[in-house]
Ligand binder design. Structure first.
Ligand SMILES: [Zn+2]
Length: 173
């Protein structure tokens, strides 16, 4: 039969932090840490459980952006992107079939809309089609561009950046 400590250890392996177990069981977290230590190492606390990752993957497959899933779950976009990346790429639910709008593209790349405008104005990003004042980027062209754009992924927030140090200077001061 599984002992109480073994049960805690398997929770910790699934990403549940010692503080959470301690709260539920009425112990101090140091006690839980010490008791389960021989069964470790464990993922750092706050690491999403397999069930949580499965749920996030399902949401992203349903067309929700990483930003939205992150917002709704109170975690960083980076955490959602990293946890779900293995199951991607995910379909974007688009307002205009086959095209990204400016805000959808910004959401997709994890960068602010003005950055998209700048990239587009300077020719780094292909020019959009314009329909009724709206800028639209064909998804197909975007994916081709992304494959060759050599963007870095910010380790702090998951944004795709051209210049990580410049991005960090603006976004993570
Ligand atoms: Zn960042």
């Amino acid at each position: 039969m599984e002992s109480q400590v073994e049960r805690w250890a398997s929770e910790r392996r699934a990403g549940v932090g010692p503080a959470e177990i301690a709260r539920r069981e009425g112990y101090c977290h140091q006690w839980i840490s010490r008791q389960t230590k021989p069964y470790g190492p464990f993922p750092r606390s706050g690491t999403p459980s397999a069930a949580t990752i499965e749920k996030w993957v399902a949401e992203r497959k349903a067309g929700r952006s990483a930003e939205r899933v992150a917002r709704e779950n109170g975690v960083t976009t980076k955490r959602v992107r990293e946890a779900t990346r293995h199951a991607g790429p995910f379909p974007a639910r688009l307002h205009v079939d086959g095209f990204f709008t400016l805000s959808e593209l910004a959401d997709e790349l994890g960068v602010p809309s003005p950055t998209i405008c700048h990239w587009s104005d300077t020719g780094f990003l292909p020019a959009p089609e314009r329909r009724g004042g709206r800028r639209l980027w064909p998804v197909e062209y975007f994916n081709e561009w992304l494959a060759t754009a050599e963007l870095e992924t910010c380790p702090a927030c998951g944004a795709r950046t051209r210049d990580q140090s410049r991005h960090a200077g603006h976004a993570h001061r």
